[in-house]
Write a protein that binds this ligand. Structure first.
Ligand code: CP
Length: 293
């Protein structure tokens, strides 16, 4: 049974289909494509706001019913049940699963429904649904994707950034600007297919940037001076061209100044809102809709 752990588990034609389908849902022009009484299992064993409630809302909008597991079963006198057994059990009651395991995603034997990684952990961690949401947001800009100059700012080793970079390998932008700190480069390398379009810069060099994507920085990854150097301010955003958009997988805690959220170029919450339509399309894909490939 199909598992989408990584962006690489999606065919380019499927990514294109999800983008088209998301647009149809956004404009209200799509009719439901899933069987009645479909159940969407959500195993979120690590905190999530957007991914968990976004997939629950997407299920309801499609006419399906979400069922959720938010922790492994445990009690004062028992050892916790394993994550594998928890996922296997939920799979038995569901037609499709979205799993945030809190560790590298592995699908246990006996799971006979499609599984989507809802953002896992580890050196190869990915967040494929977030990357599709990001691509959809970037496609709303008034510049063709392959003509965009996209800047990524923050800890580029985060799962959302890894998945977005992986997605860009199949569809490179014109320029990819990387804004980070040397303390955050251990374990990061630009994917070979993007090296020809990439360059490192600082936050003061945004004049030609069409899209600024703010990646989270985990607590403890950077000292206070480093966090301040990478904090996006309205002065930085005032350097962007008028049409530019500022995006993020969210949450942002201190990666941006609070005033930034009301800046006219900031689209972070619109990006999050549109995530509903992308998640609807992804659930349909997992449940058997999609392009003939
Ligand atoms: N972007 C994202 O994954 O947010 P949550 O952790 O709230 O799901």
């Amino acid at each position: 049974m199909r598992t989408i752990r990584s962006v690489a588990d999606l065919l380019p034609a499927e990514v294109d289909w999800v983008m088209r389908r998301s647009s149809q849902h956004r404009t209200g022009g799509a009719t439901g494509e899933i069987r009645p009484r479909t159940i969407v299992g959500l195993a979120f064993l690590e905190a999530s706001l957007r991914t968990r409630t976004g997939f629950a809302a997407a299920a309801v909008r499609l006419g399906a019913t979400p069922i959720e597991v938010l922790s492994v079963r445990s009690g004062p006198a028992t050892k916790p049940e394993s994550i594998g057994d928890t996922v296997r059990t939920l799979a038995g009651y569901s037609d499709v699963l979205v799993v945030r395991a809190g560790e590298p995603l592995t699908v246990p034997d006996g799971v006979n429904v499609p599984v989507l990684n809802g953002g896992d952990r580890g050196p190869e961690a990915e967040h494929p649904s977030q990357a599709l949401i990001d691509l959809f947001a970037l496609q709303q800009l008034p510049v063709q994707f392959d003509a965009l100059t996209i800047a990524l700012c923050g800890d580029l080793r985060m799962r959302a950034a890894r998945s977005l970079l992986s997605l860009m390998c199949e569809r490179p932008p014109k320029r990819l600007i990387l804004i980070t700190d040397h303390a955050l480069t251990d374990g990061f390398s630009v994917p070979p297919r993007l090296q020809g379009v990439s360059e490192y810069r600082t936050l003061d060099e945004l004049d030609d940037v069409d899209a600024l994507y703010v990646v989270g920085i985990p607590y403890g990854a950077l000292d206070a001076a480093g966090r301040t150097r990478l904090r996006v301010t309205t002065e930085h955003l005032d350097r962007l061209p008028d049409h530019a958009g500022v995006f993020s997988p969210l949450p942002v805690i201190d990666e941006v100044d609070r005033g930034v959220l009301s800046h006219p170029n900031v689209r972070m919450f619109e990006q999050s809102d549109d995530g509903l339509f992308v998640r609807m399309a992804l659930l349909e894909l997992l449940l058997g809709a999609g392009p003939r490939v």
